[in-house]
Design a protein around this ligand. Structure first.
Ligand code: ADP
Ligand code: ZN
Length: 703
């Protein structure tokens, strides 16, 4: 059987092996069982119904709300000579009738339909008369009011299922299903009821062990920027997610000021511009994209090394989907969520705008009817802001959402016309109060669900246990037994980026070397890394923060250490391995014991601190001094120096920086008491320094 399945997989799709979970689903379906499948986006859910559809007699009907994707799916099947088609609102009625006739004759192996189809009596009749192999419900979470994408039309599926012969298999497929949503799916689809056997539930593929998951509490934009610049310097290729278009522009601007060329992407941009940005990022023309959550569909660049969240996202699903774009190549990737409680307000605003209270719904609809009634041709056209003003509402975002909702429920029609900047609205002669009431009830329910989802995200932020475990449990996947080395709860990062201290502990030296290789971004070789660390490389490398930070080690010793690091699995050529990153970023208890014992590092430490032969090696967990504030101040001074094209000590002397870190002045008067902070320096730098000090008021994770 197994060989047969693999053979069928190869013959129809040309794939050599199943992905995790696929075979189990296919098997369950072939055995005649119903199944509920939860797997992340991109993990190959379509195959779970496509392959059995080809192996079973009869037609498989696939319900999907994603009309835009149906044609692509069907075309892709056609290339494989599989008879498939779709029925949705994009077809002319002739075309639809023709396809329906073909369906009745059993011509198709797969027929994709939009959920509205189940309101169509002709289609329902055809469904009763055609032998079906299976009903596959894609995006099955749409059936649940607790899901993020509730579609009332999905509720009709319950009756459809009840009318099906009990040997028609049911397969519900989704990427997002919490307990509540899974319960709703089972209930509405009557899985395991009416003589149906218990369904097989397959939840898999959510584990992403190569992602380092971090939440960092921040208080100011300056602090976010500081972290972001560090992350970009270290990981280079990645996405910065912001909550709003305005923030996207602002962050892009801030990055530009610091010499980082980043692309901006938001849903408000024209399609052509969006495609251009996406292509530029995909082709590696720019390493960083600053984007709203509109960015991501179809982004399959495998080597995204970091995903940073400038603002909190609205739900765990959204968050995991976004960080999931990092590290698709399986290599180490860094995810960091900047958490500032004030940002939660933005998400609350989105929730309120998406789900306005009943009185706003009624006021806006009354205003629209009124305006249309006064218009000459029974129509009206104005900007969302003007509609908001007319109805006495505050949020134009809410107006946009409501107008779309009115349209979907037949309470108005919208039409784009040349010469009119806003769509022209017409209303039916008699308002449908019942429909309005349904809308209000639906909005109230959705608001509760949205708030609950935001609350769950805040639980994640505050998690006391492993973040990986938290997420797996959230998606209902059994958690793996092995311990985690990649979250900030299990392993607080006590030094990111790696501290570039002049102290001579060997661990620090190793970190310096690894950091240098990481920052070279696959360019050059070990001798060049040695030259950079010794401060002897060509000027083009001078901008690296690792330039000249190991002046006392011989080039040969550094190269040999690189080779040792490679042998011990920390480096793979000019790339860091996962263990290499763990070590470089200073993850808790990952210590290069193996490397310590090689003895190759002796030449690295200055002669007077060299360990005499036979003496025990220094403890690997020797404390690393310096506070987060000191690091931040030095990083700032370095950047300031770069910007002004000065050597760093001309900005502020190391001693001055150290004194600031120690005294923590919070006013300019206090700052003036620190030696080296004369009037001229204060005029230039006081504001920036005080910002940094204030940002570090609370002890942070780094300390
Ligand atoms: P999902 O619906 O889960 O988001 P898809 O079904 O669209 O994902 O599959 C994502 C991609 O993975 C597709 O390009 C598909 O061809 C590919 N794929 C699916 N199964 C396999 C497999 N067993 N081996 C190789 N590629 C696969
Ligand atoms: Zn963990």
């Amino acid at each position: 059987m197994s060989a047969d399945l693999t053979e069928a997989l190869r013959r129809w799709f040309g794939f050599g092996a199943f992905r995790p979970g696929q075979e189990r689903v296919v098997r369950a379906v072939l055995e005649g069982r119903d199944a509920l499948v939860v797997m992340p986006t991109g993990s190959g859910k379509s195959l779970c119904f496509q392959l059995p559809a080809l192996m079973l007699g009869g037609t498989t009907v696939v319900v999907s709300p994603l009309i835009a994707l149906m044609k692509d799916q069907v075309d892709a099947l056609a290339v494989r000579r599989i008879r498939a088609s779709f029925l949705n609102s994009t077809l002319s009625s002739d075309e639809a009738a023709q396809r329906l006739a073909q369906f009745r004759m059993g011509h198709y192996k797969l027929l994709y339909v939009a959920p509205e189809r189940f309101r169509n009596p002709l289609f329902l009749a055809a469904l009763r008369e055609t032998p079906l192999a299976m009903l596959a419900i894609d995006e099955a979470h749409c059936i649940s009011a607790w899901g993020h994408d509730f579609r009332p039309d999905y509720l009709h599926l319950g009756e459809v299922v009840a009318a099906l012969p009990s040997n028609t298999r049911l397969l519900a497929v989704t990427a997002t299903a919490t307990d509540a949503v899974r319960r709703d799916i089972r209930e509405h689809l009557r899985l395991g009821r009416n003589g149906r056997a218990e369904p097989d539930e397959i939840v898999t593929g959510f584990e992403r062990p190569n992602l380092a998951l971090n939440v960092t509490r921040v208080r100011t934009h300056a602090e976010k920027l500081e972290r972001l610049l560090q992350i970009i310097e270290f990981f280079r290729t990645g996405i910065v997610y912001c909550a709003t278009r305005k923030m996207v522009e602002r962050v892009q601007g801030l990055l530009a000021e610091h010499g980082v060329r980043a692309l901006a992407y938001s849903g408000a941009m024209a399609d052509t511009e969006r495609t251009r940005v996406q292509d530029a990022f995909m082709h590696g023309e720019a390493p960083v994209v600053v984007a709203t959550n509109a960015f991501g569909m179809g982004v399959d660049r495998p080597d995204i090394r970091f995903v940073a969240h400038w603002d909190v996202p609205g739900s765990i699903e959204a968050y995991y989907q976004e960080v999931g774009r990092a590290g698709r190549d399986g290599a180490y990737a860094w995810c960091e969520l900047f958490f500032n409680y004030a940002d939660v307000r933005t998400q609350e605003f989105f929730i309120e705008s998406a789900n306005p209270p009943a009185e706003h719904v009624h006021e806006l609809y009354a205003a629209i009817r009124d305006a249309c009634g006064q218009g000459e041709r029974g129509e009206a056209s104005m900007s969302p802001e003007d509609w908001a003003a007319r109805a006495g509402l505050k949020s134009s975002l809410a107006v946009r959402n409501l107008i779309a909702l009115f349209e979907r429920n037949g309470l108005l029609r919208r039409e784009r016309r040349v010469g009119s900047p806003w769509s022209v609205i017409t209303v039916p002669p008699i308002g449908d109060l019942a429909a309005l009431r349904t809308i209000c009830a639906g909005l109230a329910q959705k608001e509760a669900a949205d708030r609950e989802r935001l609350r769950e995200l805040l639980d994640y932020v505050d998690a006391r246990g492993c973040r990986h475990r938290f997420l797996l449990a959230y998606f209902g996947e059994r958690t793996p037994p092995h311990p985690c080395t990649k979250c900030d709860v299990c392993h607080p990062v006590h030094a990111f980026p790696p501290r570039l201290m002049p102290d001579a502990t060997r661990l620090t030296d190793l970190r310096k070397i690894l950091s240098c290789v990481a920052r070279m971004h696959s360019r050059g070789d070990y001798p060049l890394a040695a030259a950079i660390l010794r401060g002897e490389a060509p000027d083009a490398w001078r901008a690296l923060t690792t330039f000249g930070i190991l002046p006392q080690a011989s080039a040969q010793a550094i190269v040999e250490t690189c080779e040792a690091l490679e042998m011990d699995g920390y480096l793979a050529g000019m790339r860091l391995t996962a263990a290499g990153y763990d070590l470089a970023v200073g993850r808790g208890d990952v210590h290069p014991i193996a490397v310590f014992h090689t003895g190759r590092l002796h030449a690295l430490t200055p002669p007077h601190t060299r360990t005499p032969p036979g003496a025990p090696a220094p403890p690997p967990d020797a404390p690393i001094p310096a506070s987060g504030l000191a690091t931040a101040l030095r990083a700032w001074a370095r950047r300031e120096a770069e910007r002004r094209q000065l050597p760093p000590y001309m900005v502020l002397h190391g001693r001055t920086l150290a004194a600031i870190a120690k005294k923590r002045p919070t006013t300019e008067a206090e700052l003036a008491l620190i030696p080296g902070m004369g009037e001229i320096k204060r005029a230039k730098y006081a504001e920036a320094i005080l910002d940094i000090v204030r940002a570090h008021e609370r002890p942070t994770r780094e300390q």
